[in-house]
Structure formats: C-alpha cells, structure tokens
Write a protein that binds this ligand. Structure first.
Ligand SMILES: [Fe+2]
Length: 254
C-alpha cells in the first residue's frame, strides 16, 4: 500500500514531532503493509514565491534526518500539501519540486468555506497547465454534494478521501462514502500527523464490506500512478450500506 499524504517530517509543520515519533509511525505503517509514503508538509500557494525556496531547504534537511533512521522496508518520497489560498502561477505549476514525488500530480486543499464554483474554476486552471490536482480530504467541504463533486472531477480533480474519516459515522464520513458511492474517489490517504491515522484503516473497512476489488485501486494502483507519473484508473462506484452507521449512531445515542 502507498500513502501519498502524511505529515511526518520532523520539525516541519509541527515543531514538536521528533525523528523518533515519526520512525515509530513509519514502523507501524511498514508492519501493516505500507511500502511507500509521500511526506507532504503544508505550504500556502500565496507563499510559494516568497518562502518556497526556504521551505524546500527545510523539507530536504528534515527528510535527510528522517531517512537516516526510517525503517528500510518503507520508501519515502517528497511532496507538499498546497493550500490554494491564491492562484498557483504558471511558474509554480511547472516546478515539480512542489508536486507529489516529482510527478505532475499536486496535492491541494481549499479553505473550508470555498465556493464550489470558484473551486471548480481553480481546478480547471491547474489542469490547464498539464498538472493533475489531487484534492485532499474532499469530504471536508460541507457544500460538496454529488453534483458539485462531479463537476470538480470533470474539470480534472482526483479525490483523495481521508482513510480514517471514510470509516466514521460523522457527516464527513457520510460525505466520503457518498463520493465513493458515486464513483468519484480516486484514492485514499492517511493524512497522518504523528498519530494513528493510516490507509490500512480504510483498506480493512472496505475489505470487511466485500469491496476488495476497489481496495487495490484506492491504496495501490492509483497511488502508484502518482509515483510513476502515469495515468490513474477509474474506481467503480461502491455501495456501502448507510444503515450500519445510522444504527450504530442510534445505539450510541448520537
Ligand atoms: Fe494534510
């Protein structure tokens, strides 16, 4: 399995995380069958021109420190999670140091209150530059219904649903499953910040619900396409019974 979105670079994003903590997480990942992780510290689109070079140096130093102690069974790659608080210019969109593992895939997120139409335009703008925007945790956007999501995907977005949220009885979890039901999800990602979050959670959850055929595409095939700078395959719609979640919620009194 390949995780394309985790924050494990010591001293980057979260100054309190140590090399030891990140090594511990990577050890758990490796033991559960994760072979590759793309390390994706946050960066703002508005800041790339100002402090992008500085961030690249900091990222490289942290990567060197982590690589020295990381378990040998897991390959580490570099990327960024780019907050689209501003337009990404042609220069940044041609600079693969800001992409996922030097591919044409860029991991992006929007402000939580972004208007669906303007986000769709931003996605189209990025795709126009021969870059494929991988939208991190799309289920976070409360306004993202099936119709709006279909427009984002049509404009060129690939959805990387949060692996843990997919399994939860929350509104976001429900939205993540709706996206999967609609055949709009391309892959899952851990978004680990030093805790327990892992793509294995989604893989197990889907396997238990007899959705094994899509697990490979979501956790291996499409993430591998990023590493290879190749094409992703379409993931067929997956039916997950919501009643299970509703009954658990009722049982818990939620
Ligand atoms: Fe993240």
């Amino acid at each position: 399995m390949i995780d394309v979105h985790s924050h494990l670079l010591p001293g980057v994003d979260d100054g309190s995380r140590s090399v030891e903590q990140s090594v511990e997480v990577l050890g758990r990942f490796a033991a559960a069958g994760v072979t590759d992780v793309i390390l994706t510290p946050h960066i703002k689109a508005s800041g790339i021109l100002d402090y992008g070079e500085e961030m690249l140096t900091i990222r490289q130093e942290a990567y060197t420190a982590l690589s020295a102690d990381a378990p040998g069974e897991i390959r580490l790659h570099l990327g960024f999670e780019i907050m689209l608080d501003d337009v990404l210019g042609a220069k940044e969109l041609a600079d693969r140091r800001y992409s996922l593992a030097s591919s044409r895939y860029y991991l992006v997120e929007f402000h939580p209150s972004v208007a669906m139409g303007s986000a769709a335009n931003v996605i189209a703008h990025i795709a126009h530059h021969n870059v494929i925007p991988v939208v991190a945790h799309p289920e976070r956007y409360a306004q993202l219904n099936a119709a709006a999501a279909a427009v984002w995907v049509e404009r060129g977005a690939k959805f990387a649903v949060d692996a843990t949220t997919l399994t939860e009885a929350s509104r976001r979890g429900k939205r993540a499953r709706m996206l999967l039901n609609q055949g709009l999800v391309a892959l899952v990602a851990a978004d680990n910040h030093g805790g327990q979050r892992s793509i294995v959670t989604a893989a197990r959850f889907l396997e238990e619900r007899e959705c094994k055929p899509v697990v490979d595409a979501l956790t291996r095939g499409n993430p591998q396409a990023i590493l290879d700078d190749g094409e992703m395959t379409d993931v067929p719609p997956v039916e997950l019974p919501e009643r299970f979640f509703d009954s658990v919620k009722m049982f818990l009194g939620g």
